[in-house]
Design a protein around this ligand. Structure first.
Ligand SMILES: [Fe+2]
Length: 240
Protein backbone atom coordinates (compact mmCIF):
# COMPACT_ATOMS: atom_id res chain seq x y z
CA UNK A 1 0.00 0.00 0.00
CA UNK A 2 1.30 3.42 -0.89
CA UNK A 3 0.90 5.08 2.47
CA UNK A 4 3.78 7.47 1.96
CA UNK A 5 3.77 10.26 4.46
CA UNK A 6 4.11 13.81 3.31
CA UNK A 7 7.63 14.25 4.54
CA UNK A 8 8.77 10.87 3.25
CA UNK A 9 7.41 11.93 -0.10
CA UNK A 10 9.41 15.11 0.02
CA UNK A 11 12.60 13.09 0.07
CA UNK A 12 11.57 11.01 -2.89
CA UNK A 13 10.35 13.94 -4.95
CA UNK A 14 13.03 16.46 -4.16
CA UNK A 15 14.83 16.15 -7.48
CA UNK A 16 11.83 16.90 -9.65
CA UNK A 17 12.85 19.59 -12.05
CA UNK A 18 9.45 21.10 -12.70
CA UNK A 19 7.99 23.34 -10.05
CA UNK A 20 4.47 24.58 -10.16
CA UNK A 21 3.53 28.17 -9.89
CA UNK A 22 0.05 29.59 -10.12
CA UNK A 23 -0.76 33.21 -10.47
CA UNK A 24 -4.24 34.52 -10.97
CA UNK A 25 -6.67 37.29 -10.33
CA UNK A 26 -9.94 36.17 -8.78
CA UNK A 27 -13.18 38.10 -8.53
CA UNK A 28 -14.30 37.92 -4.94
CA UNK A 29 -17.73 36.37 -4.72
CA UNK A 30 -19.00 37.42 -1.33
CA UNK A 31 -18.99 41.16 -1.84
CA UNK A 32 -21.64 43.12 -3.74
CA UNK A 33 -19.08 45.20 -5.58
CA UNK A 34 -16.45 43.48 -7.59
CA UNK A 35 -13.25 43.23 -5.64
CA UNK A 36 -10.28 41.52 -7.18
CA UNK A 37 -8.20 39.10 -5.19
CA UNK A 38 -4.61 38.75 -6.27
CA UNK A 39 -3.58 35.14 -5.74
CA UNK A 40 -0.10 33.73 -6.16
CA UNK A 41 1.04 30.23 -5.34
CA UNK A 42 4.83 30.16 -5.29
CA UNK A 43 6.95 27.01 -5.15
CA UNK A 44 9.87 27.58 -2.77
CA UNK A 45 12.73 25.72 -1.16
CA UNK A 46 14.07 22.18 -1.32
CA UNK A 47 11.06 20.50 0.29
CA UNK A 48 8.54 21.43 -2.38
CA UNK A 49 6.84 23.96 -0.17
CA UNK A 50 4.27 26.40 -1.45
CA UNK A 51 4.04 29.94 -0.13
CA UNK A 52 1.02 32.04 -0.96
CA UNK A 53 0.54 35.73 -1.59
CA UNK A 54 -3.11 36.71 -1.35
CA UNK A 55 -4.02 40.34 -1.64
CA UNK A 56 -6.81 42.81 -2.23
CA UNK A 57 -6.09 44.66 -5.45
CA UNK A 58 -8.05 47.70 -4.33
CA UNK A 59 -6.39 48.33 -0.96
CA UNK A 60 -3.06 46.85 -2.08
CA UNK A 61 -2.78 44.92 1.18
CA UNK A 62 -1.95 41.24 1.33
CA UNK A 63 -1.30 38.23 3.52
CA UNK A 64 1.80 36.12 3.02
CA UNK A 65 1.06 32.53 3.99
CA UNK A 66 3.84 30.20 5.12
CA UNK A 67 6.95 32.18 4.20
CA UNK A 68 9.81 29.84 4.90
CA UNK A 69 12.24 29.92 2.03
CA UNK A 70 13.33 32.45 -0.61
CA UNK A 71 11.84 35.29 1.38
CA UNK A 72 13.66 37.95 -0.64
CA UNK A 73 12.03 36.66 -3.81
CA UNK A 74 8.61 36.62 -2.19
CA UNK A 75 9.03 40.19 -0.98
CA UNK A 76 10.29 41.33 -4.38
CA UNK A 77 7.23 39.80 -5.96
CA UNK A 78 4.98 41.65 -3.50
CA UNK A 79 6.81 44.85 -4.28
CA UNK A 80 6.36 44.37 -8.01
CA UNK A 81 2.66 43.84 -7.42
CA UNK A 82 2.52 46.96 -5.28
CA UNK A 83 1.27 44.94 -2.32
CA UNK A 84 1.94 45.73 1.32
CA UNK A 85 2.11 42.62 3.48
CA UNK A 86 -0.01 43.29 6.56
CA UNK A 87 -0.12 39.74 7.90
CA UNK A 88 2.03 36.66 7.84
CA UNK A 89 -0.28 33.72 8.42
CA UNK A 90 1.14 30.28 9.16
CA UNK A 91 -0.83 27.10 8.63
CA UNK A 92 1.26 25.51 11.38
CA UNK A 93 4.51 25.88 13.27
CA UNK A 94 6.76 23.36 11.49
CA UNK A 95 9.99 25.03 10.47
CA UNK A 96 9.47 24.61 6.75
CA UNK A 97 6.43 26.86 7.02
CA UNK A 98 7.67 29.56 9.42
CA UNK A 99 11.39 29.95 8.79
CA UNK A 100 10.96 33.35 7.12
CA UNK A 101 8.47 34.84 9.59
CA UNK A 102 10.81 37.09 11.51
CA UNK A 103 12.55 38.41 8.43
CA UNK A 104 9.24 39.29 6.78
CA UNK A 105 7.96 40.90 9.97
CA UNK A 106 11.12 42.94 10.37
CA UNK A 107 11.19 44.17 6.79
CA UNK A 108 7.48 44.85 6.34
CA UNK A 109 6.02 45.38 9.81
CA UNK A 110 3.55 42.56 9.16
CA UNK A 111 1.90 40.92 12.15
CA UNK A 112 2.32 37.17 12.57
CA UNK A 113 -0.91 35.20 12.84
CA UNK A 114 -0.91 31.62 14.10
CA UNK A 115 -3.18 29.28 16.01
CA UNK A 116 -3.27 29.97 19.71
CA UNK A 117 -1.66 26.56 20.44
CA UNK A 118 1.39 27.36 18.38
CA UNK A 119 4.57 27.29 20.49
CA UNK A 120 6.42 29.78 18.28
CA UNK A 121 6.41 33.62 18.42
CA UNK A 122 3.29 35.30 17.08
CA UNK A 123 1.47 38.63 17.36
CA UNK A 124 -2.10 37.49 16.85
CA UNK A 125 -3.24 34.11 18.17
CA UNK A 126 -6.34 32.74 16.42
CA UNK A 127 -8.77 29.90 16.98
CA UNK A 128 -11.35 27.97 15.00
CA UNK A 129 -13.92 30.26 13.38
CA UNK A 130 -11.91 33.47 13.66
CA UNK A 131 -11.77 35.80 10.67
CA UNK A 132 -8.60 37.59 9.56
CA UNK A 133 -9.41 40.59 7.39
CA UNK A 134 -7.01 41.75 4.69
CA UNK A 135 -8.60 44.69 2.92
CA UNK A 136 -11.96 43.36 1.79
CA UNK A 137 -10.81 39.76 1.96
CA UNK A 138 -11.88 37.59 4.85
CA UNK A 139 -9.75 34.60 5.80
CA UNK A 140 -11.75 32.14 7.87
CA UNK A 141 -9.68 30.07 10.28
CA UNK A 142 -10.51 26.35 10.43
CA UNK A 143 -8.61 24.52 13.16
CA UNK A 144 -7.51 21.17 11.75
CA UNK A 145 -5.29 19.35 14.28
CA UNK A 146 -3.86 15.95 13.43
CA UNK A 147 -0.65 16.69 11.53
CA UNK A 148 0.17 18.83 14.58
CA UNK A 149 -1.98 20.41 17.29
CA UNK A 150 -1.77 24.00 16.02
CA UNK A 151 -2.65 23.36 12.39
CA UNK A 152 -5.15 25.61 10.68
CA UNK A 153 -6.63 25.71 7.21
CA UNK A 154 -7.67 29.06 5.73
CA UNK A 155 -10.80 29.57 3.67
CA UNK A 156 -10.92 32.74 1.60
CA UNK A 157 -13.64 33.16 -0.97
CA UNK A 158 -13.78 29.66 -2.40
CA UNK A 159 -10.09 28.95 -1.89
CA UNK A 160 -8.92 26.62 0.87
CA UNK A 161 -5.29 26.66 1.93
CA UNK A 162 -4.77 23.25 3.46
CA UNK A 163 -1.15 23.38 4.65
CA UNK A 164 -0.03 19.91 5.68
CA UNK A 165 -3.53 18.66 6.52
CA UNK A 166 -4.46 17.74 2.97
CA UNK A 167 -2.38 17.48 -0.20
CA UNK A 168 -3.43 16.68 -3.74
CA UNK A 169 -3.98 12.93 -3.52
CA UNK A 170 -2.54 12.54 -0.03
CA UNK A 171 -2.97 13.63 3.58
CA UNK A 172 -0.45 14.88 6.11
CA UNK A 173 1.59 12.53 8.25
CA UNK A 174 0.67 12.11 11.90
CA UNK A 175 3.79 10.51 13.34
CA UNK A 176 5.64 13.69 14.25
CA UNK A 177 5.51 15.30 17.71
CA UNK A 178 1.94 16.20 18.58
CA UNK A 179 0.52 14.30 15.62
CA UNK A 180 -2.73 12.41 16.06
CA UNK A 181 -4.44 10.22 13.44
CA UNK A 182 -7.68 10.43 15.42
CA UNK A 183 -7.60 14.22 15.32
CA UNK A 184 -6.67 14.21 11.62
CA UNK A 185 -9.70 12.01 10.94
CA UNK A 186 -11.97 14.53 12.68
CA UNK A 187 -10.34 17.41 10.82
CA UNK A 188 -10.60 15.79 7.41
CA UNK A 189 -13.96 14.09 7.68
CA UNK A 190 -15.83 16.56 9.90
CA UNK A 191 -14.36 19.90 8.81
CA UNK A 192 -12.84 19.63 5.33
CA UNK A 193 -14.92 17.08 3.43
CA UNK A 194 -18.27 18.74 4.30
CA UNK A 195 -17.14 21.79 2.29
CA UNK A 196 -18.64 22.27 -1.17
CA UNK A 197 -17.19 20.33 -4.08
CA UNK A 198 -16.12 23.46 -5.96
CA UNK A 199 -13.92 24.81 -3.17
CA UNK A 200 -10.37 24.95 -4.55
CA UNK A 201 -7.68 23.16 -2.56
CA UNK A 202 -4.22 24.72 -2.33
CA UNK A 203 -1.80 22.61 -0.24
CA UNK A 204 1.39 23.43 1.64
CA UNK A 205 3.56 21.17 -0.53
CA UNK A 206 3.69 20.23 -4.17
CA UNK A 207 3.32 16.48 -3.63
CA UNK A 208 0.53 15.65 -6.02
CA UNK A 209 -0.08 15.18 -9.71
CA UNK A 210 -1.02 18.84 -9.95
CA UNK A 211 -0.45 21.91 -7.79
CA UNK A 212 -4.04 22.41 -6.74
CA UNK A 213 -7.30 20.59 -6.69
CA UNK A 214 -10.88 20.85 -5.46
CA UNK A 215 -12.77 19.32 -2.59
CA UNK A 216 -14.83 17.35 -5.12
CA UNK A 217 -11.75 15.98 -6.85
CA UNK A 218 -10.15 14.97 -3.56
CA UNK A 219 -13.36 13.40 -2.30
CA UNK A 220 -13.48 11.28 -5.47
CA UNK A 221 -9.79 10.50 -5.96
CA UNK A 222 -7.78 10.82 -2.76
CA UNK A 223 -7.20 7.33 -1.34
CA UNK A 224 -6.78 8.67 2.20
CA UNK A 225 -10.31 10.11 2.11
CA UNK A 226 -12.11 6.88 1.29
CA UNK A 227 -15.02 6.30 3.68
CA UNK A 228 -13.64 4.89 6.93
CA UNK A 229 -14.61 4.94 10.58
CA UNK A 230 -12.23 6.81 12.83
CA UNK A 231 -10.96 3.48 14.12
CA UNK A 232 -10.28 2.26 10.59
CA UNK A 233 -8.53 5.53 9.72
CA UNK A 234 -6.26 5.30 12.78
CA UNK A 235 -5.33 1.75 11.75
CA UNK A 236 -4.78 2.90 8.17
CA UNK A 237 -2.43 5.65 9.31
CA UNK A 238 -0.48 3.67 11.87
CA UNK A 239 -0.17 0.14 10.56
CA UNK A 240 2.90 -0.54 8.44
FE1 LIG B 1 4.30 20.12 8.62
Amino acid sequence: MQKASAHEMSASCRMRSVTHQISKLIKVRHLPKEVTMIFKQVAVGAFQNFSYIIGDEKTKTAALVDPAWQVDNLLSLCERLGLKITYVINTHSHHDHIEGNQKVAKLTGAKIVMHEKSPTPKDIPVKDGDIVEVGSLKFKVIHTPGHCPDHICLLVDGILLTGDTLFVGECGRTDLAGGSPGDLYDSLFDKILPLQDDIEVYPGHDYGSKPSSTIGFERANNYTLKPRTQEQFIRFMTEP
